[in-house]
Design a protein around this ligand. Structure first.
Ligand code: DAK
Length: 259
C-alpha cells in the first residue's frame, strides 16, 4: 500500500497493523486525500486475514489537529455534498477489526472524532483532546456531539463542545474517554502491547464481541441482549471455540486460526 499522507506497516508485530498519519508539518490535519487514504488502508487491512488488530497513530506532537481548515475555509454546502467526505467516515466506522488509537499531542476536532472511532485509546501524558470547532464558527460534524456525549456524559460534552476547551490526558482518563495514560516515550509501545493482548484471541469471537459492544449504542437493552445472544451462538460455529475450550481443559495455550 503506497500512500502520500499515511504509512502502513504490517510487520510491526505478528497480526498487528500500524497506520500512521503522516502530515507532520500540518499537525496531521485531515485533508481529503489523507481521509481517502485512511479509508482505503483500513478497508484493505480489514480484509487481510494476517491482520487482527489495527493501531492508528500520529506522531509525538499530534495525533491530528482536526480537519484541514485551509481546505475547508471556502467550502460550500453543495461542494461538500458532492465531495461526500462523510462516506470516508462511514466506511471507517464499518471497520470490523478492533482499532486502537495511540494518541500523543493534539487530538482536536476531526482528530478527536477519529480517535473516538477507535475501540480503545492509549494516550501519552502530553495528549490534548477536544472539540474546538466552536472557536472557528462551526461545530463537530464527524460524530463528536454524539460519541463524546455517550462517552463522557452531557455535562462535560456540552462544556467541551460549547467552550472549545480541551482536556488534558488525565482529565480524559478520569472522564472515561480514554483507556490509559502513559509517559510519552511509551504510548505507541503500550498501544501495540494492548493490540497484542487482543490479537492473541480468536479473531472470530473478537469481531463478534466488538460488534455486540458497538450495538449497545444503537439499541434498547432488550434488542442489544438479543443481538449479543445471536453473536454468542455464532461463536459456537467456529473451530476456535472448540480450540479455546479444549485448550483450557488440556491445560495448554490455545492456537486460534480464525476459523
Ligand atoms: N487545519 C489546517 N492546518 C492546521 C490545522 C488544521 N486543523 N492545525 C494546525 N495546522 C497547521 C497550522 O496552520 C500551521 O501551519 P503553518 O502556519 O506553519 O503553515 C501548522 O499546522 C502548525 O500549527 P501551529 O503553528 O498553529 O502550531 P501551534 O503548536 O502553535 O498550535 C494548535 C497547535 C493545534 C493549538 C493549533 O494549530 C490549532 O488550534 N489548530 C486548529 C485546531 C482546530 O480548530 N481543529 C478543528 C478543525 S475543524 C467533515 C468531517 C470532520 C470535520 C469537518 C468536516 N466532513 C466529513 C465534511 C472536522 C472539522 C474540524 O476538525
Amino acid at each position: 500500500m503506497n500512500f502520500e499522507f499515511i504509512t502502513v506497516n504490517t510487520q510491526v508485530e505478528k497480526h498487528i497493523a500500524l497506520v500512521q498519519l503522516n502530515r507532520p508539518k500540518e499537525l496531521n490535519a485531515l485533508n481529503n486525500q489523507l481521509m481517502n487514504e485512511l479509508r482505503e488502508s483500513l478497508f484493505q487491512l480489514d480484509r487481510d486475514d494476517a491482520v487482527r488488530v489495527i493501531v492508528i497513530t500520529g506522531n509525538e506532537k499530534a495525533f491530528a489537529a482536526g480537519a484541514d481548515i485551509k481546505q475547508m475555509v471556502s467550502a460550500t454546502p453543495l461542494g461538500m455534498m458532492k465531495a461526500d467526505q462523510f462516506s470516508n467516515w462511514e466506511q471507517i466506522k464499518k471497520t470490523k477489526k478492533p482499532m486502537i488509537a495511540a494518541v500523543s499531542g493534539f487530538a482536536l476536532g476531526g482528530g478527536c472524532e477519529l480517535m473516538m472511532h477507535c475501540d480503545m485509546i492509549v494516550a501519552s501524558e502530553t495528549a490534548i483532546i477536544g472539540q474546538p470547532e466552536i472557536k472557528i464558527g462551526v461545530m463537530p460534524g464527524a460524530g463528536g456531539t454524539q460519541r463524546l456525549t455517550r462517552s463522557v456524559g452531557k455535562a462535560l460534552a456540552m462544556e467541551l463542545i460549547l467552550t472549545g476547551r480541551p482536556l488534558n490526558a488525565e482529565e480524559a482518563l478520569r472522564a472515561g474517554l480514554i483507556n490509559k495514560v502513559v509517559p510519552v516515550e511509551l504510548y505507541l509501545r503500550e498501544a501495540i502491547r494492548m493490540a497484542q493482548l487482543v490479537a492473541e484471541h480468536s479473531p472470530i469471537s473478537v469481531r463478534l464481541a466488538k460488534e455486540a459492544v458497538l450495538n449497545a449504542f444503537n439499541s434498547t437493552l432488550d434488542e442489544g441482549l438479543q443481538f449479543e445472544r445471536r453473536n454468542f451462538y455464532l461463536c459456537f460455529a467456529s473451530e476456535d471455540q472448540k480450540e479455546g475450550m479444549n485448550a483450557f481443559i488440556e491445560k495448554r495455550s490455545p492456537q486460534f486460526q480464525g476459523k
